[in-house]
Design a protein around this ligand. Structure first.
Ligand SMILES: Cc1cc2nc3c(=O)[nH]c(=O)nc-3n(C[C@H](O)[C@H](O)[C@H](O)COP(=O)(O)OP(=O)(O)OC[C@H]3O[C@@H](n4cnc5c(N)ncnc54)[C@H](O)[C@@H]3O)c2cc1C
Length: 446
């Protein structure tokens, strides 16, 4: 068995691992043939799809400088065109700021309960929310919560919002003012809300342009190195191809439950990792022999009768994603152990739903149906998460394993967070290496 020895190594070549390699100069061991993790953009019959459309909406100057100036990712800035389909009508995203065009009784109830809540909140500034459902009702009122927020959340997260906390919110949910809610009920309000009101997207190659440019910068990545076992005591990673590598520090960006399975961690640690909850995303990619469907970026669907929670129109992100004269759609479907789906005929189901939602017509010729699974989609912030994480990270750190990234840190991270997390963990590894070197030279002198 071939054995290599390195001080710090990285497991996983998604954005976190690539960024850790860029900033720390370490080798990445990636299990797949391709780098990028959830930021890959496979091309099939001339159609390129992301694993669920990925847009860069960072405001972080360091990340923007790194990607655009240092790595040379060719990004185009765009103004988001996002909609919500409900009651047979399209309204602008976000729902809470754009009820104009919905049935009048519905708009009226949304406005009344928003105003009622607004007055309540004004008099009660110190309110605490025990779960996401409570926060939704307290922030937007019963009607907005009932008509969009709660059903959409349940469809997306696959668990009811009362089962999740509010720790992940940050700036993710737009908070329009009272004036904006009223304006958006009376007229078609074109104002952009939320962190991705404008975003950047690569002109070519889909979102995989980002990991590709990291790779081209000269970092050392070894592909087809799926870790199958980690010996925590001898500090060795064993790979699927029969090779192994020793480490002093292991940066792990693979999902925490997978990392735990690779080790002989004690039962209580294994149990904690099984408590971590997440949803999975099935991406149904459709190639259509139709030059132009519309000029939108994406549409959300909260109603149960549609299989998907969101559909995206790839051509409107970059014309390079579709062959000339064609269009394409990615439909994203959430599932989990709690809410399984039948994957067998999912392509036909999605096409039927697209016709039902008047996105396609029966006359549209379908060129291609390509289904991609993302088993680890979004981390679910349930009540056990923080406690589980504390125990798991403490255990792995005691074995010189630093967990990082969206699934290593078990957080709702975006691409910029993953890049920054990679930078941070590389610096941590450098710090540990420095202390170890000092200790070694002290021992040598004794
Ligand atoms: C559906 C979806 C849509 C998203 N949309 C956006 C968006 O619009 N904007 C945005 O900013 N962010 C978006 N994100 C988030 C973004 O994709 C992530 O934050 C980021 O890509 C995470 O990178 P990572 O390196 O932490 O994890 P990953 O990309 O998962 O990388 C982990 C790597 O580890 C490898 N690996 C796993 N097991 C092993 C093993 N045993 N041995 C070796 N290697 C292994 C995997 O193959 C993978 O390459 C989205 C995520 C999803 C799932």
């Amino acid at each position: 068995m071939k054995n290599e020895k390195q001080a710090t190594i990285i497991l996983g070549g998604g954005l976190t691992g690539l960024s850790a390699a860029y900033h720390g100069g370490y080798t990445v061991y990636e299990g797949e043939e391709q780098i990028g993790g959830t930021c890959i953009s496979p091309t099939v019959d001339g159609y390129t799809f992301d694993l669920g459309i990925h847009v860069l909406h960072t405001k972080n100057k360091y990340v923007l400088r790194l990607l655009q100036d240092k790595l040379g990712v060719n990004l185009k800035t765009q103004t988001r065109k996002a909609w919500i389909y409900s009651s047979g009508k399209l309204t602008r995203y976000p729902f809470q700021a754009n009820t104009f065009g919905l049935p009048v009784p519905l708009v009226k109830s949304c406005l009344i309960s928003f105003v009622e809540n607004y007055c309540k909140q004004k008099n009660n500034k110190n309110s605490e929310y025990y779960n996401y459902e409570q926060w939704l009702i307290a922030t937007f009122g019963e009607a907005i919560a009932k008509h969009f927020m709660i059903p959409y959340s349940e469809k997306f997260w696959t668990v009811h919002p009362r089962q999740i906390t509010t720790e992940w919110l940050g700036t993710r949910i737009p908070l329009p003012s009272l004036e904006e809610v009223i304006e958006g009920a009376l007229a078609d309000q074109k104002k952009g809300f939320g962190p991705n009101a404008t975003f950047r997207y690569p002109r070519k190659s889909g979102i995989s342009a980002i990991p590709d440019e990291f790779h081209k910068s000269g970092i050392h990545v070894i592909n087809n190195k799926k870790a199958v076992k980690i010996d925590l005591y001898n500090k060795e990673v064993f790979f699927f191809d029969g090779t192994k590598v020793n480490y002093e520090v292991l940066i792990s960006t693979i999902p925490l439950p997978e990392l735990t399975k690779l080790t002989s961690a004690p039962k209580d640690i294994a149990m904690e990792s099984r408590r971590l909850k997440y949803n999975s995303i099935l991406c149904v990619n459709i190639g259509i022999n139709n030059d132009k469907l519309n000029d939108n970026h994406w549409i959300y669907y909260h109603e149960k009768k549609y299989s998907f929670f969101r559909i995206s129109f790839l051509k409107n992100f970059a014309s390079s994603l579709t062959p000339r004269g064609k269009s394409s759609i990615t439909a994203e479907i959430s599932y989990s152990k709690k809410k399984p789906i039948d994957k067998k005929n999912i392509g036909d189901t999605v096409v039927k739903d697209l016709i039902h939602a008047k996105v396609l017509t029966k006359k549209d010729k379908i060129d291609l149906i390509d289904v991609r699974d993302i088993p680890y989609g979004y981390v679910i912030y349930d009540y056990k998460r923080v406690e589980c994480l504390k125990k798991l990270k403490k255990y792995f750190e005691s074995h010189s394993i630093l967990c990082a990234g969206r699934y290593g840190n078990w957080e709702y991270q975006w691409m910029d967070d993953a890049i920054l997390d990679g930078k941070k963990v590389a610096a941590e590894a450098k710090g540990i290496e420095k202390v170890a070197r000092k200790q070694k030279s002290r021992h040598a002198k004794l």
